[in-house]
Design a protein around this ligand. Structure first.
Ligand SMILES: [Zn+2]
Length: 419
């Protein structure tokens, strides 16, 4: 009854062709054999690219083939390469002229296959398995580079041990710029501005945009190292041809993974978190550890809140460019806060959050509030805020001390949200 065209059937066929038993194959690939068995029975809806990469290596087959079977790739309708399309994505709806200009710029810039990064718009979440896998690769790299516990992370050392070189800025030679400007005018500069960084896997060169401020420069630098570090990134980009690209949602996931690798390289796994968990979270503390590790306050705040053992949540509202008006907030919760309040899943009290963001924007002092958790228990939540030219931040932190519960209103088990 097995459909030969399913991913599971094909993987099973591949394994049998190699003469490997299930356990044997799983061991070589370094994955759980129960999981492999589920995979072969098509019981895994969407096996993650890192798993497919390990299996491809174990069976000595092209990773790209398995990615194709798993339906992660698509033909590029514009005939641009995966990486060119990726750079285009952030333009919104480019006109035909813009498309042409960007393609020409990228063609001129790339000697080989490159990742063109644009970091800002990638704000989604990664699952725990991805995060754990990324951390493992990052810590191994830092160890190899002798950079573990050297704060701030010596990126040059890490670059060197990765056998990458900083080749220079994202730029074109004056002659090429002139030639392209004759054809495309200002669009050439616009296209160049969109590319924050790039890593070329064949020549091992990293390019970083000129004029990025120090902390952003470090982040983009670490992001490019991240693409090279994660085997399912490196192998994919090294073998994609110009007619194929990652499906947009998979591409976004890859970018988030590179961002996660970047923050892990800069925070050194658990190091920054441990430092921040020494005392009750506040923006003073976040600023202090952020400058110690040389990471922007925004990236530090998000990382700390996602990793901390304290119960807290973070709301960030970016200011609209031009208007300065606050945009709808992004919300992050620590694990224990999420268990208690489910803000990140579905129960965030939007009016309350907006109200405190606006108060923070006005510069008002934020008084503690009381909140009922999902079981109806009342908790005292302390607030702290920070305003920067780019954004307004509000931190919600439950008192760390175990106070007796004030009230027990109801005792209802809320259904867990399934993902
Ligand atoms: Zn990238």
């Amino acid at each position: 009854m097995t459909d030969k065209t399913t991913l599971g059937a094909r993987l099973r066929e591949l394994r049998l062709a190699k003469g490997l038993g299930l356990r044997e194959a799983a061991t070589i690939a370094g994955i759980n054999h129960g999981y492999l068995s589920q995979l072969e029975r098509d019981e895994v809806a969407q096996p993650a690219p890192p798993v497919l990469q390990k299996l491809a290596a174990a069976y000595d087959e092209p990773f790209l083939l398995l990615m194709r079977w798993a339906n992660y790739l698509e033909d590029d309708p514009q005939g641009l390469s995966a990486n060119q399309s990726r750079a285009l994505k952030i333009m919104g709806e480019p006109t035909a002229a813009e498309l042409q200009a960007i393609k020409a710029v990228l063609d001129a810039m790339r000697a080989g296959r490159a990742d063109m990064s644009a970091l800002q718009r990638l704000d989604g979440h990664l699952d725990q398995a991805d995060r754990a896998e990324i951390r493992r690769h990052v810590l191994a790299l830092l160890r190899r580079a002798d950079a573990l516990d050297v704060i701030p992370t010596p990126l040059d050392q890490v670059t060197e041990i990765s056998k990458l070189v900083i080749a220079g800025e994202v730029t074109l030679s004056p002659a090429v710029t002139r030639r392209l400007r004759e054809r495309f005018g200002d669009l050439v500069d616009k296209a160049l501005e969109l590319i924050l960084g790039s890593v070329q896997f064949d020549s091992r060169e990293v390019y970083l945009q000129k004029g990025l401020y120090h902390l952003k420069h470090r982040f983009v630098h670490a992001h490019e190292i991240g693409h090279d570090l994660l085997p399912w990134h490196r192998e994919l980009y090294a073998s994609l041809d110009d007619k194929t690209r990652l499906k947009p949602e998979v591409h976004d996931q890859y970018e988030r993974q590179a961002n996660q690798a970047a923050i892990e390289i800069l925070t050194q796994g658990d190091r920054l978190r441990a430092e921040a968990d020494d005392s009750a979270l506040s923006f003073d503390l976040i600023n202090r550890v952020g400058s110690q590790f040389e990471i922007s306050v925004q990236a530090t705040a998000r990382h700390v809140v996602e990793e901390t053992h304290q119960a807290c949540a973070l709301a960030i509202s970016y200011r609209g460019s031009g208007t300065g008006k606050l945009m709808p907030p992004h919300l992050y919760s620590s694990r224990s806060f999420e268990e208690g309040f489910h803000w990140q899943s579905d129960r965030a009290p939007a009016p309350l959050i907006q109200q405190h963001l606006r108060a923070a924007q006005r510069g008002d002092a934020l008084e503690p509030i009381t909140l009922a958790d999902v079981r109806g228990r009342i908790a005292t939540v302390h607030l702290d805020s920070l305003c920067t030219p780019q954004a307004v931040f509000v931190l919600f932190r439950c008192s760390p001390e175990k106070k007796p519960l004030l009230t027990r209103l109801t005792h209802v088990e809320w259904p867990l949200r399934s993902h």
